[in-house]
Design a protein around this ligand. Structure first.
Ligand SMILES: NC(=O)C1=CN([C@@H]2O[C@H](COP(=O)(O)OP(=O)(O)OC[C@H]3O[C@@H](n4cnc5c(N)ncnc54)[C@H](OP(=O)(O)O)[C@@H]3O)[C@@H](O)[C@H]2O)C=CC1
Ligand SMILES: O=C[C@H](O)[C@@H](O)[C@@H](O)[C@H](O)C(=O)O
Length: 316
């Protein structure tokens, strides 16, 4: 598997990771299906896994890792690259190390490879349901929270630290206070939401981008079919004897971006790994670059249509 070298992280990251969101909504229980699918993914060759405290997939991922070692699919956990994320209710200076340790306990790990701030906002109480009431949503104390993230790295709880859903503006703010600059910004990116400006900014600052919802979160309640039913991608896929998903993933990879794609289906998880031994042509790339753009993940749909949240949506 192709690897990505990151700043401020002494482990390389596989260019494709397995996503683990089923639903982040309270009450969701991804345990059993998730564990066997993740074991299948390790067997299929996935070595990078993307989880988060809020996904409730840390526990099944941890169990799948234990079993994968037991079954001999991998020799040790060190062969994997595990990303998890600080949830918004723990986004305060004195809660970060504890939150990271909580995630490690769920994962049954001593360290993660990447710890990300999930969103650039803080929620002051445990979320019982979405959307979240306005009085619970607060701006992020970037300086304090990042100091907590740096402490996690200095304590060896994580090899790298980074962010998710950060705009250029939020990254500027972060870079002005960071002792250890972020290695990664994980954001929505696919042919229908190409993030050209953010990519230029991150390239210039040495921040690696990981694309989430690379298939436009097809068939989920938070996504739609714009990527998987796109005519231009369909034509390119036909001309190459590839699937639309493979064309979308290959396009992301050719932009120098890593990606996390979710499939619990054995055939589709294998299909999504087959993107490294062929390439898109210049005319293909030009057609994709002209596709009309549409942002899929709207923070205001999760956190509520509050001014501060809508401002964050407008920035990224
Ligand atoms: N940082 C953040 O805020 C966010 C991070 N993420 C991360 O990114 C990961 C991936 O993004 P996600 O939003 O899940 O969406 P994806 O774009 O990865 O799409 C997943 C959907 O596509 C289907 N699918 C996967 N492969 C194929 C294929 N080859 N052909 C047809 N359908 C396919 C899956 O179904 P099936 O399982 O049946 O194959 C699933 O319904 C998440 O799981 C999560 O880890 C996602 C959103 C926000
Ligand atoms: O659903 C609401 C959650 O807060 C949401 O913001 C995240 O979980 C995000 O969708 C993700 O998948 O990382």
């Amino acid at each position: 598997m192709q690897q990505v070298t990151l700043n401020n992280c002494d482990k390389t990251m596989p260019a494709i990771g397995m996503g683990t969101v089923l639903s982040s909504r309270p009450g969701a229980d991804p345990s059993e299906t998730m564990k066997s699918a993740l074991l299948e993914a390790i067997k299929a060759g996935y070595r990078h896994f993307d989880t988060a405290f809020i996904y409730q997939s840390e526990k099944p991922l941890g169990e799948a890792i234990v079993e994968a070692v037991h079954l001999g699919f991998i020799k040790s956990r060190d062969e994997l690259f595990i990303t998890t994320k600080l949830w918004c209710t723990f986004a305060q200076r004195d809660q970060i190390v504890g939150a990271c340790k909580l995630s490690l306990r769920e994962l049954q790990l001593d360290y993660v490879d990447m710890y990300l701030i999930h969103h650039p906002l803080r929620v002051s109480e445990k979320i019982q349901k979405f959307p979240v009431p306005k009085e619970m949503i607060h701006p992020l104390d970037i300086k304090g929270v990042w100091a907590g993230m740096e402490e996690c790295k200095n304590l060896g709880l994580t090899k790298g630290i980074g962010v998710s859903n950060f705009s250029c503006k939020k990254l500027e703010e972060l870079l002005s206070v960071a002792k250890i600059p972020p290695a990664v910004n994980q954001v929505e990116m696919n042919p229908i939401w190409q993030q050209k400006e953010l990519r230029e900014f991150c390239n210039a600052k040495g921040i690696h981008i990981t694309a989430y919802s690379p298939l436009g979160a097809y068939n989920t309640i938070w996504g739609d079919n714009r990527v998987m039913e796109c005519d231009v991608l369909t034509q390119i896929a036909k001309s190459k004897g590839k699937t639309i998903a493979q064309v979308a993933l290959r396009w992301i990879y050719e932009q120098g971006v890593s990606l996390v794609v979710k499939s619990l289906n054995k055939e589709r998880m294998k299909e999504n790994l087959q993107i490294f031994d062929w390439s898109l042509t210049q005319p293909d790339l030009e057609k994709i670059s002209e596709l009309p753009q549409h942002k899929g993940f709207i923070m205001a749909s999760s956190f509520g249509p509050h001014d501060f949240v809508m401002q964050l949506d407008a920035e990224i």
